[in-house]
Design a protein around this ligand. Structure first.
Ligand code: PNS
Length: 159
């Protein structure tokens, strides 16, 4: 069984994230979308809400499951028999940090990281920008799944 993890905060998932998950699901027997819990960062959505939205938006992918984890990603990989971390690269500025994390994770545990080039359609997208736009009532249709867009609207009903 070739198993990979797509880790992230997913607060919330964007179409850029989901594109990477879909493509990883074609390469691996099983893909775990893991919501990494950062107790220092107060998210807009609770971890349960993020997981529920991810479950709904990946339901069409039979080899994808959703989980959460608090701690080192390499420990999650070890405990779950995961040999590869799959992530998307939007730009050169992403690359510096992603390479550093990939090297650290490999040093810590030998786990490999697959850095996949993002679909250029989504290269400008980030969860934080989407949240900022939604905060001020901007339309994020096409940037996130419709379900996520609707949940954002319920978070900012007056905008
Ligand atoms: O969506 P994000 O916030 O860019 O994802 C970053 C994330 C959660 C994948 C990264 O911060 C991470 O792996 N955190 C888990 C803790 C850990 O293993 N830190 C060491 C990384 S080398």
């Amino acid at each position: 069984m070739r198993r990979a993890v797509c880790p992230g905060s997913y607060d919330p998932a964007t179409n850029g994230h989901l594109d990477i998950v879909e493509r990883a699901a074609e390469l691996f027997d099983e893909v775990v979308v893991a919501v990494l819990i950062n107790k220092k960062k107060q998210g807009l959505f609770s971890v349960e809400e993020r997981m529920e939205m991810l479950r709904a938006t990946t339901a069409h992918l039979s080899n994808v499951r959703v989980d959460s984890w608090h701690g080192l990603l390499v420990d999650y990989c070890r405990d779950n028999g995961i040999a590869a971390i799959a992530k998307g690269l939007r730009s050169v500025s992403d690359f510096d940090y992603e390479l550093q994390m990939a090297q650290m994770n490999r040093e810590l545990s030998g786990v490999e990281t697959l850095l996949m080039s993002n679909n250029p359609t989504y290269s400008y997208l980030s969860s934080s920008l989407v949240k900022e736009v939604a905060t001020y009532g901007g339309d994020v249709t096409g940037m996130v799944p419709d379900l996520v867009r609707d949940r954002l609207r319920t978070k900012f009903p007056d905008s």
